[in-house]
Ligand binder design. Structure first.
Ligand code: SF4
Length: 702
């Protein structure tokens, strides 16, 4: 029977940062089915709609890139070539640009979906051997504000909590996030906890009424961009009520005097007007937090994707610090990562301003330490280009060549028409991808077919620092290769030493050695140990070999003074403000059944059934004033471009605010469903994360 031939493998879901365990069964024809892993600490057998349908994306190979292709010059068609030819061509082009214009004339743009081993070799190649820091990933669009927030408050980019804190918390403050749709399995755990303990309090902060609000005790439907004002007002109320932990503040933090002054600058009444939230509700939120024994804050893009994303993060982490709710069960500030391995990327230093194992690019000793370890070239002290800056530099002509791995910038970058202009102007483009539908392929000089989930081995780290192993289960189609192997082959073509790995595990072990004597120590952790433990949370205790559930239990932080820092940034918004011509505030986001730019979930009919087309969410009164009815075609315009799609009328959104889903790119050559035609190019000044949640638009009937 088929069953006799079926083999079971353990792996981890490749979609989101929740990191659910999956059992993949494979039959003799390499056809797979998936089920939730009952023994997995994260999901205990559960899967959300996306994870549950993963087998379709594995079994359907009809859209896969199967062999390398290249063109001799921009006017010639693409042709099938061997791996050697394709990589020789790429190496020759990269060498030419580096010789002529210096190492900063080339860049790698990768993805939060890359495995840790892949990030590691790309980072090593460009920083350690090419001598530029021009590597960034789409994680820049996702959690770079959280990275800076943690670093400034706690001394390092360290998520202090774990999912098991969910069942120990009795107050949740979920802000700028819709986990019911975007982190479903975490939210199932919160729902179950609340069902068993009705006195658990859930506060949701969001300009929209989302599914997450359905179990909320309190929904603060704030005006977009007013998060800091709200967090300060709650901070003020906590201080006024005597509901802060003065002992903790005195012994383990610094900056409280300034913070106190700052939050007392505005009355709660004044804050209530700015935020569009009643004074009573602000006070009720403070009361819930004040009464909590375990207080978890959870956030994602509503805080991060902002012109003041870092400051929003700081104002939120402050609430955990003044109440002493950190480093103990059921408490802490929890940034929920969007992508499956954004955390792994952070650990290996895979962004343009980071070095491996949370070392600092600014620190000459850290640069030297890494350079000695890699035995390559001097590491440049200059931070590299970030995601959107790369496309600016292509437009300006200073960046000549870009290598894009596992991401679709023409759908996901803000101001996408500008990004597309940049790609058109690039002198040389390498696209390393799995899908023959990627919009970037049109601009490629070299196309490299990559292996995907279940076709390659490696590791990822989820939102709670949990490292898991992903098995190779089925063969990659055609000549597709694992991303790390492609990069290592290219590095060797460039003539660099140190890329001769016999397996992904060898890469991983090298990465773990760089973590030794750092706060994320996992030195010597091999695949067997990860599998034997099922998963393991960094850092690893040197004596016992056990992982770490929770950080800062001794209240010693990673700052110079070992105290956590209360920052008091101004609450001024730096976004593009509405005016007479563009009177609405546009915010963008995800829907339940699609993942990012839909290259995988878009293949699954069942998932497309939930919501099959892009739409504009608008308040019925705003719609009426423009004679817009349900399903009327509307034109949404900003200073940068427009989209044209159907209106969906709903009281779930505030008046004056509209919402577009971010998943759709070009469809049959038309970009009129692409939300990012209109989004703003403004970045957070520190994290360089784009302001996806705020720009000024006009809405008219088509
Ligand atoms: Fe996958 Fe995230 Fe869904 Fe879990 S919650 S099954 S990790 S998409």
């Amino acid at each position: 029977s088929n069953k006799a031939h079926s083999e079971a493998f353990n792996t981890t879901c490749c979609y989101c940062g929740v990191g659910c365990g999956i059992v993949v069964n494979k039959d003799k024809n390499d056809i797979v089915t998936v089920t939730g892993d009952m023994d997995h600490p994260v999901n205990k057998g559960m899967l959300c709609s996306k994870g549950m349908n993963l087998h379709y994306t594995v079994n359907d190979k009809t859209d896969r890139l199967l062999y390398p292709q290249m063109r001799l010059n921009k006017s010639m068609p693409l042709q099938r070539v061997s791996w050697d030819n394709a990589l020789d061509k790429a190496a020759a082009a990269f060498k030419t640009f580096i010789d002529k214009y210096g190492p900063d004339s080339v860049a790698f743009y990768a993805s939060g979906q890359c495995l840790t081993e892949e990030y590691y070799v790309i980072n090593k190649l460009i920083k350690g051997f090419i001598g530029s820091n021009n590597i960034d990933t789409n994680s820049r669009l996702c959690m770079s504000s959280a990275v800076v927030g943690y670093k400034m408050s706690l001394g390092e980019d360290s998520v202090p909590v774990c999912y098991d804190d969910i069942e120990m918390a009795d107050c949740f403050y979920v802000t700028g996030a819709n986990p019911a749709w975007c982190h479903p399995i975490i939210w199932r755990r919160v729902e179950a906890h609340k069902a068993e303990n009705p006195n658990v309090r859930i506060i949701v902060v969001d300009p929209r009424v989302t599914d997450t609000c359905s179990i909320a005790d309190l929904h603060l439907q704030l005006n977009p961009g007013t998060d800091i004002t709200l967090n300060y007002a709650i901070g003020r109320a906590l201080i006024e009520n005597g509901d802060i932990d003065l002992e903790f503040v005195k012994n383990h933090t610094e900056g409280f005097e300034r913070y106190r002054e700052m939050v007392f600058e505005r009355s709660i009444t004044e804050a209530s007007v700015i935020c569009g939230v009643s004074e009573d509700d602000i006070r009720l939120a403070a009361r819930y937090i004040g009464e909590a024994k375990g207080f978890l804050t959870m956030w994602t893009m509503g805080l991060n994707q902002s012109s003041i994303g870092v400051n929003k993060n700081l104002s939120l982490i402050n609430l955990n610090l003044i109440t002493g709710h950190i480093g103990k069960p059921g408490s802490g500030p929890f940034s929920l990562t969007g992508q499956p391995n954004a955390m792994g990327g952070r650990e290996v230093g895979g962004l343009s301003n980071l070095l491996p194992a949370h070392r600092d690019l600014n620190n000459p000793l850290h640069r030297e330490e890494v350079q000695k370890f890699w035995k390559g070239t001097t590491i440049s002290p200059t931070p590299g280009l970030t995601a959107t800056q790369m496309f600016d530099a292509l437009n300006e002509g200073t960046l000549k060549a870009i290598w894009i791995i596992c991401t679709n910038p023409l759908t996901s970058l803000p101001n996408a028409r500008w990004a597309e202009e940049g790609l058109k102007k690039a002198k040389f483009v390498v696209i390393q991808d799995i899908s023959n539908k990627a919009e970037t392929l049109k601009y490629a000089d070299v196309i490299l077919p990559a292996a995907t989930w279940t076709e390659k081995e490696g590791t990822m780290t989820n939102s709670e620092r949990r490292i898991s192993h992903l098995s190779k289960i089925v063969p990659a189609p055609g000549e597709a290769l694992p991303d790390s192997e492609i990069i290592c082959r290219f590095a060797k073509k460039m003539g660099f030493k140190g890329f001769d790995y016999s397996s992904p595990e060898e890469i991983y072990l090298e990465h773990t050695r760089l973590t030794s004597k750092t706060n994320l120590n996992i030195a010597g952790l091999d695949y067997d140990t990860i599998r034997r433990n099922k998963t393991i949370q960094w850092p690893i205790d040197k004596r016992t070999g056990a992982g770490t559930q929770r950080l800062f239990t001794n209240h010693k932080f990673y700052t110079a003074s070992t105290r956590a820092i209360l920052h008091s940034p101004p609450d001024t918004l730096l976004s593009e403000m509405p005016n007479d011509e563009f009177p609405f505030i546009l915010t963008t986001g995800r829907i339940r059944d699609q993942w990012h730019t839909m290259s995988k979930t878009g293949k699954v009919n069942k998932l497309n059934n939930h919501i099959s087309n892009a739409f504009l969410e608008i308040h019925p009164e705003d719609a009426a004033s423009r004679e817009i009815r349900e399903d009327t075609i509307v034109v949404v315009k900003s200073r940068r471009g427009e989209v044209r799609l159907k209106a969906k009328l709903t009281f779930a959104i505030k008046k004056g605010v509209v919402f577009l889903p971010m998943h759709w790119g070009k469809i049959l050559g038309s970009d009129l469903n692409r939300a990012n035609n209109v989004t703003s190019p403004i970045l957070d000044p520190i994290s360089k994360e784009p302001d996806f949640k705020f720009c000024a638009v006009s809405i008219e009937k088509y």
